[in-house]
Write a protein that binds this ligand. Structure first.
Ligand SMILES: NC(=O)c1ccc[n+]([C@@H]2O[C@H](COP(=O)([O-])OP(=O)(O)OC[C@H]3O[C@@H](n4cnc5c(N)ncnc54)[C@H](OP(=O)(O)O)[C@@H]3O)[C@@H](O)[C@H]2O)c1
Length: 250
């Protein structure tokens, strides 16, 4: 398979690259940190995969379009849109710059890369597009307004794309993980419910991809809790958010 992974230099992207690193697969890995990406690539090559690295900032939309043209020269079997950033806040107002950065990285960059690729996938009448969203897209805490908003926008985009591309034989999947061990979660100063190892997280994600799950949220107990809270009246939800924020120290 020819598999493209964005944000492959650390965390989930790195682990996904290593998971798919077999003799049968050709990997194209994208990220900004050259040394980290080269290290991931060489470990993937040691496992038998053919690997191409592309050092790029996904916020450089012109470059994303160029990369897309290059990628589209050969059939793409799977593209995993994983590059992402988070930013946490205390009680303050989210600075506009954080919104701009998170929406560009977590959301707009995705379409900059996909716009030229989608017609190629339609021509080939096959292919998988996998979005790494988050459980945070389903419920917005006052401390992660920009992150949750960007991931919820991604869900809306993915939902529309699924309906648009399904008749063309293209599978669009949205994965919504809870807290998984990575550089991103290392920064969190609060207790993360249902925290799981990178290995466990990648096992769940790759199984969902193999089963072509259109929407997959996990861990199930955390997802269920969110769904139940969303059914509560607003006054009760307010109390839960207040209590959870208090525990976070925000
Ligand atoms: N870990 C979790 O608990 C969790 C939960 C839900 C969803 N997610 C999502 O999973 C994805 C991966 O996150 P992670 O937890 O693995 O965090 P991570 O270890 O910080 O990895 C983020 C990856 O994205 C890349 N990236 C960030 N900004 C980029 C940019 N402007 N251009 C190119 N690449 C960029 C980084 O590479 P460079 O810095 O080298 O560019 C890195 O490879 C994110 O979309 C995140 O929102 C994570």
């Amino acid at each position: 398979m020819r598999i493209v992974i964005t944000g492959a230099s650390s965390g989930l992207g790195e682990a996904l690259a290593l998971h798919y690193a077999t003799k049968e697969n050709q990997l194209i890995l994208i990220a900004r940190r050259e040394d980290r990406l080269n290290d991931v690539a060489s470990r993937c090559r040691n496992k038998g995969a053919e690997v191409e690295t592309i050092i790029a900032d996904v916020n450089d939309f012109e470059r994303m379009r160029e990369i897309a043209e290059h990628l589209g020269e050969q059939p793409i079997d799977r593209i995993i849109l994983n590059a992402g950033v988070s930013v946490g806040h205390g009680g303050g107002i989210t600075p506009f710059e954080d919104f701009e950065r998170l929406f560009k990285t977590n959301f707009l960059s995705v379409h900059a890369l996909l716009e030229p690729i989608i017609p190629k996938l339609m021509e080939q009448k096959s292919g998988e597009i996998v979005f790494i969203s988050s459980l945070a897209s389903l419920f917005t805490m006052p401390t992660s307004i920009a992150y949750s908003s960007s991931k919820r926008a991604l869900n809306a985009y993915a939902e529309g794309l699924h309906h648009q591309l399904c008749p063309h034989g293209i599978t669009v999947m949205t994965i919504m993980p809870g807290f998984i061990e990575s550089e991103m979660t290392q920064k969190n100063q609060f207790e993360m419910p249902f925290f799981m190892s990178t290995e466990e997280g990648i096992k769940r994600i790759t199984e969902a991809i193999e089963r072509k799950k259109i929407r997959y949220a996990f861990p199930f107990r955390f997802y269920l809790m969110i769904r139940i809270v969303l059914l509560f009246p607003q006054s009760l939800r307010d109390k839960i958010v207040h209590f959870t924020n208090f525990k976070k120290g925000a």
